[in-house]
Design a protein around this ligand. Structure first.
Ligand SMILES: [Zn+2]
Length: 131
């Protein structure tokens, strides 16, 4: 199947950010992300990995990247990406999880993400406050 990839303009990404901000103010985003994080915490625990990410830590990371993929910064975020994968021993923690798009997630698995993107995300995670 050859699905056309949506190209997001800076303008539409900014509009997307505004919508997310208003969802956050209304408490809607917290509910949506709570489900998602709970699911990831469950998966990490099942594999005996650290599982301490809170919804508020996650939302501050998502906000930091302006609701975009942390790697390309050109797509809205769609998933929780573990910088060090659960299978490689990483946990669902504030210093290991960033918002990402599907294609960057695939590229990261394939090892084809740019070094610049990886270093930028790693620098953010190293500075992440872990409570
Ligand atoms: Zn991306």
């Amino acid at each position: 199947m050859n699905r056309k990839r949506t190209t997001w303009t800076e303008e539409s990404l900014n509009a997307c950010e505004k919508i997310n901000e208003s969802f956050a103010r209304a408490g809607i985003l917290q509910q949506v992300e709570y489900e998602r994080i709970a699911n990831h915490l469950y998966r990490a625990k099942k594999l005996d990995r650290p599982a301490t990410l809170t919804v508020s830590q996650w939302l501050s990371t998502v906000r930091y990247f302006r609701y975009r993929c942390a790697y390309c910064l050109k797509q809205p975020y769609g998933i929780v990406e573990h910088f060090v994968s659960l299978s490689a021993g990483g946990g669902t923690t504030a210093d290991n999880c960033v918002p990402a798009c599907q294609s960057c997630n695939v590229r990261k698995t394939q090892g084809t993400l740019s070094a610049e993107a990886l270093h930028r995300v790693q620098a953010y995670l190293e500075g992440a406050v872990v409570v």
